[in-house]
Each structure stands twice: as structure tokens, then as C-alpha cells.
Design a binder for this molecule. Structure first.
Ligand SMILES: [Zn+2]
Ligand SMILES: [Zn+2]
Length: 184
């Protein structure tokens, strides 16, 4: 005769499933499919904590480092946009992303958490966006004073467009690089 077991979180639910870590009975609702088999949500949560090692100061230093490096990268992008129609940016942006990843990893001591990765990625956006905004302001000023700079030229748009392209490439690249997520 088999013993009737009930879910440890739902005492009214009969189940034959057991967590392969704590070996407590669990119902289908509480079971999580992991690469190492079925586990209860409590064990999964506990394991997650082991992986989330970031300190509160890592959020601050990670954000600042990412923003500063992204500002430097965006300024380089603005210069690059004048050469070869800015095609170099397509090669520079992934390179800049890898430098940002290395930089923040040093500053945050390779500690990790999903929220930290999101904060760092937001720093990349803020850094690039500030240069983008600066570029747009310059563009607007040039446009407002044609007596000094001549009629509007489509080339004026290039730096702004390429900084935007840099952001589109760097933002997902930094997040993917930090979280260890591979783009297929
Ligand atoms: Zn468990
Ligand atoms: Zn349950």
C-alpha cells in the first residue's frame, strides 16, 4: 500500500511528486521544471539567492561606470560618424559594449543579480541618451541660425543617427553579455 502524500504548501492536494532537493511532497502547482529535474518553488527561490550576490553599492558603482563609459563611447561614435559615413560604428558599438561589460565587472567585483544587470544596462542607455540629447540640441541650434552655418544639410543628422544606432546595438549586447545569455 502506498502512502498518500499531500503537498507541503497545499495540505489538501494529494500528490505523488517530490522535490528532488528537499524531498518534500509537492503538487503540480508548486513544482518547477529545472535542468536538474523537478523542484519545489521554495528550493528554486533559495537557489536563486545563491546566484544573486550583488550588494547595494554595486548598483550605484555599476550604474555610474556604465553611464560614464557609455558617454565616452557615444562621443567616439559622434567622431566616427564623420568618417566613411559612420559605418565604423557598426564595428565599434559591439567593441564598446564589451569594454563596458569588462569595466562594470571589475567595479562590481563580478557580483551578479538580474536587477544589477538591468541597472547597468540602464546606465548604458542614460550615458548614450545624454550625448544623443546634446547632439539634438546642437542640431536644433544649427538649424535655428542658418545665417551662421548655412542652409540645413542632411549630414548634420549623421552624428545623432549613429549615436542612436550605437545604443540599439550596445544596450542588448551589454545585457546579454552580463547575464550570460547567448544570442543565437
Ligand atoms: Zn524543495
Ligand atoms: Zn502545492
Amino acid at each position: 500500500m502506498t502512502e498518500i502524500t499531500y503537498c507541503k504548501n497545499h495540505p489538501k492536494v494529494e500528490t505523488t511528486l517530490r522535490c528532488n532537493r528537499c524531498e518534500e511532497p509537492m503538487c503540480i502547482k508548486c513544482a518547477v521544471h529545472t535542468p536538474t529535474g523537478y523542484r519545489c518553488i521554495d528550493c528554486v527561490k533559495e537557489q536563486k539567492k545563491v546566484f544573486e550576490t550583488a550588494y547595494w553599492r554595486d548598483y550605484f558603482s555599476g550604474f555610474i561606470t556604465a553611464a560614464i563609459l557609455s558617454i565616452i563611447a557615444s562621443i567616439i561614435v559622434e567622431y566616427l560618424s564623420g568618417w566613411f559615413y559612420g559605418i565604423g560604428v557598426l564595428f565599434f558599438a559591439p567593441f564598446a559594449a564589451s569594454i563596458i561589460i569588462s569595466g562594470v565587472k571589475i567595479v562590481t567585483g563580478h557580483r551578479r543579480s538580474r536587477k544589477l544587470f538591468m541597472t547597468i544596462t540602464f546606465g548604458v542607455f542614460v550615458g548614450g541618451a545624454s550625448i544623443l540629447l546634446d547632439g539634438l540640441t546642437t542640431l536644433f541650434l544649427k538649424y535655428s541660425y542658418p545665417e551662421y552655418v548655412g542652409p540645413f544639410s542632411i549630414w548634420w543628422l549623421l552624428p545623432v543617427i549613429w549615436v542612436a544606432v550605437y545604443l540599439v546595438i550596445a544596450i542588448p549586447a551589454v545585457y546579454a553579455g552580463l547575464s550570460g545569455f547567448r544570442l543565437k
